[in-house]
Design a protein around this ligand. Structure first.
Ligand SMILES: Cc1cc2nc3c(=O)[nH]c(=O)nc-3n(C[C@H](O)[C@H](O)[C@H](O)COP(=O)(O)OP(=O)(O)OC[C@H]3O[C@@H](n4cnc5c(N)ncnc54)[C@H](O)[C@@H]3O)c2cc1C
Length: 404
């Protein structure tokens, strides 16, 4: 068995699959390990994906990967008023992730990458203090070592290797949302994802309804993991995400009689990316690096985008036979100057949103238009903030962080 590669990637999610596809098609010998018995399963995701990043990568998703086309988002305020938001960001799909993840990895294998499922990476292997590979165990059998001059953590939220490489990568409770989701049926929809906000509905988070084919829907919730839930107005003291979600479903005209086909819990980052993405002979990419949208916890598109950025740097490192942190840093700088800027603005917005009361939220929703919402999500805060503050000057204290 071959135990020596150009690059070892830990994790065959969207990050690992994208990275390995681009590297393999450029001639690198790539090995991807994933601890899952079957790639893509179990699904722990709302499965929503904006089309832009996928289209930008020239990937043509086959029909089975897509459950439903999405034409926009309906954002619902605590008092039930709503804005329908249709733009490039909210146009896309609800996926069948168990098919999508596997298909994405298959594309990498077609280009020459190798993947091995049911194989856990246990630790980094070092030679003279330098990372030189990993130790892995297939099906909990005796561990063995595989070597490469570059190891990449694409492990998602469960990542452990970055810490082992010496990167400060621990998320605080404030930086994550705890989530619960049901797959439900039957649910009639208008090809819009629905996002419900409010402290009573989901403190420091939101409830989502992502429609799927055959009148199914992913109905989920994420709430701030740090919160002593119930402390804020209208909250349920000590309640779990599941209890909030059950309460929401009970009060929803269509969902209260719908069936629950599946349920699961999970956590997702809504904080800042980790301090550093690279060390000598080591990189962290995708959700493992907390490259996730802090407003909605979406990480698939950002992972795929980061995968391409990282791959471009790795190709240079491979050519130069130099995997030092100083060369690999180009990936980090490119990401922080590009998608990272958007993530930083979203983090600012999230912090402002969490200190906004339900009543102010309702007012803001009644005041802004779809175009304002587009501007806000694009990080252009000045116009919408001016409009809101003109009618409710007391909100300046809270909103000024967006424009200063
Ligand atoms: C409840 C919930 C809902 C979500 N909904 C959405 C959504 O609707 N849209 C969206 O864009 N994002 C959503 N996300 C986030 C999204 O799922 C992730 O951001 C995305 O999957 C990240 O891709 P990744 O490849 O970086 O990591 P992952 O998809 O998590 O893949 C990491 C892989 O690494 C493997 N792995 C980990 N450690 C090891 C190890 N030591 N050895 C071997 N293999 C290992 C894992 O088995 C896994 O397959 C949601 C997350 C949650 C929790």
């Amino acid at each position: 068995m071959k135990t020596d590669y150009d690059v070892i990637i830990v994790g065959a999610g969207p990050t690992g699959a994208t990275l390995s596809r681009v590297l393999a098609q450029n001639g690198l010998e790539v090995m991807v390990f994933d601890k899952r018995k079957e790639l893509g399963e179990p699904v722990r995701c709302g499965e929503g994906l904006g089309a832009r990043e996928v289209v930008a990568q020239g990937i043509d998703l086959p029909k089975p990967c897509i459950s439903t086309d999405i034409h926009g988002a309906k954002v619902i305020a605590p008092d039930g008023s709503s804005i329908v938001w249709k733009d490039k960001e909210t146009t896309g799909w609800v996926l069948e992730r168990k098919i999508f993840d596997k298909w994405l990895m298959e594309q990498a294998v077609h280009k020459g990458a190798r993947v091995q499922s049911y194989t856990r990476v246990i630790d980094l292997v070092k030679n003279g203090g330098k990372i030189s590979g990993v130790s892995v165990s297939h099906a909990d059998h005796e561990p063995y070592e595989v070597s490469a001059p570059l190891v990449i953590s694409a492990e998602g939220m469960e990542s452990t290797l970055a810490r082992k490489a010496g990167i400060r990568a621990t998320s605080t409770l404030y930086d994550v949302d705890t989530c619960y989701q049901y797959e439900m049926q039957e649910y009639d929809h208008e090809n819009l994802i629905e996002l419900y906000f409010g402290n009573e509905v989901a403190p420091r988070g939101y409830v989502w309804i992502f429609p799927k084919a055959d009148k199914k829907a992913n109905v989920g919730i994420g709430i701030g993991a740090h919160l002593e839930t119930g402390e804020k107005e209208g909250g349920i003291r000590g309640a779990t995400p599941k209890e909030y979600l059950d309460k929401f479903i009970e009060s929803h005209a269509q969902l209260k009689d719908a069936s629950k086909l599946q349920d699961f819990g999970g956590i997702i980052s809504v904080g800042a990316p980790i301090d550093s993405f690279v060390k000598d002979n080591f990189m962290v990419v995708g959700t493992a690096a907390r490259q996730v949208d802090p407003i909605h916890g979406g990480g698939i598109a950002l992972s795929m985008e980061a995968g391409v950025i990282a791959a471009n740097t790795i190709l240079k490192a491979h050519k130069a036979k130099d995997y030092s942190a100083s060369l690999l840093k180009e990936y980090e700088n490119t990401w922080r100057a590009g998608p990272g800027k958007k993530v930083a603005k979203r983090l600012l917005l999230r912090k402002v949103m969490e200190s906004t009361s339900d009543e102010d939220f309702n007012y803001i929703f009644k005041t802004i238009t779809e175009q304002d919402l587009n501007d806000v999500m694009a990080g252009k805060f000045a116009g919408p903030v001016a409009k809101v503050v003109a009618g409710r000057p007391q909100l300046l204290g809270n909103l000024k962080a967006l424009v200063s």
